[in-house]
Structure formats: C-alpha cells, structure tokens
Design a protein around this ligand. Structure first.
Ligand code: ADP
Ligand code: ADP
Length: 229
C-alpha cells in the first residue's frame, strides 16, 4: 500500500521562515490529495517533503508505511514521479528521450523503454509522430502531456504535481484536468496535487487539504468541504 503520511511535520528554513507548522494528514493508497491555499502558505514545501527535496525540521513523513529517512535516494526517485508547471523538458532531447529518461537512468533495457514510451504517448493522447520531435516544436498543452507521461514512465507509486496545468489557457487546462481524472482511474498511484485554484482542488482531489500560514486548517473530501466551508 502506497499511502503517504505526515505526522506532526514542521519545516523551518535556515533563514528562520516557518513554512509548515505541525501538519498531520494521510493520503490512502491510490487516492489524490490536493493541497490548496494562497501563495506562500506552505503547499510546495509540504509537497517537496514527500520526495525528500526538503527535509522536515521535525515530525515524520512516511511513504508506504516507511519513514523517508529509511529510503535509498535512488529508490525514492523511482518510486516518486514529479510534474511541475514549467515542466523542465530537455529541449535538446526528443520527446521519446524525454519520456524515457528516468527508466534509462535506472537501467531499463531499450526494448522495455520503447514499449513503455509507446504506451504512455497513447495514454496521454499524443500521436506517435511526436516521438522524434523536440519540445519547442510542441504546443504548451502537448508539452504538459509529455510532462505527465515522463512522470509516469518508471511506474511510480506516488506522483507529485505542482500546479501542473497552471501555465495553460483555460480550455486546454480543463481538457487536461478531465483527461488526467480519467487516467488516474486506471492507475494505482497515490497523488499529491498542489494548486492555488479552489475549483481545481475540488475537481482533482479525493481529499482536499486547505492550508493557511503553514497550517493545515481543513482536510476533507470535496463534498464534505462544500458542506462545511
Ligand atoms: P534548507 O533549510 O532546506 O536547507 P535553505 O534555507 O538552505 O533550505 O534554502 C534553500 C534555497 O532556497 C536557498 O538557495 C535559498 O536561497 C532559497 N530561498 C531562500 N529563501 C527563499 C524563499 N523565501 N522562497 C524561495 N526560495 C528561497
Ligand atoms: P506555497 O507553495 O503555498 O506558495 P511555499 O511552500 O513555497 O508556499 O512557501 C512557504 C513559505 O516558505 C513562504 O513564506 C516562502 O517564502 C518560504 N520559503 C519557501 N522556500 C524557502 C526556502 N528555500 N528558504 C526560505 N524560505 C522559503
């Protein structure tokens, strides 16, 4: 079971900023938690503690019941996929190379990577003709699809998504939200999804974590949240 658990987690950066204050919550295996709140409330810091990009000052973050302090960094990179707003696709690499980069790093053989890339491009509804193109030749929406495919490539158990559709026009954004909901149904992956948009949080989350000033002020399924705002 790939649940994610935060137990009394606080993060104080070196300059003294308390970004996250005594936060506890858990995301059951296969569910999506959206983290929502105004800019600076601690969403990104919270999310980055799931893949050890940020280390808690106190408290404990666990994935699949094991504290992150006990994971090997390479194992953690395989286990946790990551999608960010400005994607960070490698411009000098083809789409196929971009999607296959993590499997390549962790040593999958070429045939297995090839099969996986084909499967993923289909999943995110990109035609096979994009394979040999370079990121700047694709639209913003297409690049974001590549970003999703790349994050899923090594079959992660956990996915972190930081405003993944934030840079897109409203129509493309809604289309990708709907498609990602559909993709999620078929995946056995636990997701933490950061957004400052409450509508997106309600739409994408099985549970919504509302943050303010570093604190978790509410953590409920969307229907519950709408009943007790
Ligand atoms: P940690 O405590 O996790 O080691 P640091 O305090 O060393 O983190 O900061 C990590 C990086 O983030 C530094 O390069 C720092 O310049 C940068 N940084 C500092 N303040 C902020 C801020 N308010 N928002 C975003 N990044 C910041
Ligand atoms: P959000 O994702 O909700 O915008 P963040 O987690 O990025 O919030 O930031 C929470 C608080 O921590 C803010 O006050 C921000 O300036 C500060 N912060 C973020 N990263 C760093 C850092 N590396 N060093 C110091 N302060 C930081």
């Amino acid at each position: 079971s790939n649940s994610i658990t935060f137990d009394g987690v606080t993060k104080i950066y070196n300059d003294g900023t308390e970004a996250v204050s005594d936060v506890s919550f858990s995301v059951p295996n296969g569910e999506t938690a959206t983290l929502v709140g105004p800019s600076g409330c601690g969403k990104t810091t919270t999310m980055k503690m799931v893949n050890a990009l940020v280390e808690p000052t106190s408290g404990e973050v666990s994935v699949a019941g094991t504290s992150l302090t006990e994971y090997d960094p390479i194992e953690l990179r395989r286990k946790v996929g990551y999608v960010i707003q400005d994607i960070g696709l490698f411009k000098h690499m083809t789409i196929e190379e971009n999607v296959g980069i993590v499997p390549d790093i962790i040593g999958w053989d070429d045939d297995r990577i090839e099969t996986r890339v084909t499967e993923l491009l289909e999943l995110v509804r990109l035609g096979d003709e994009v394979r040999t193109k370079y990121p700047p030749e694709l639209s913003g929406g297409q690049q974001q699809r590549v970003g999703v495919a790349r994050a899923l490539a090594a079959e992660p158990d956990v996915m972190l998504m930081d405003e993944p559709f934030g840079a897109l026009d409203p129509i493309t954004r809604e289309q990708l939200q709907d498609e990602f909901r559909r993709i999620q149904e078929g995946l056995d992956v636990t997701i933490v999804f950061v957004t400052h948009d409450i509508d997106e949080a309600l739409k994408m989350g099985d549970r919504v974590a509302v943050m303010r000033d570093g604190e978790l002020i509410q953590y409920d399924p969307p229907a519950e949240l709408l009943r007790n705002p």
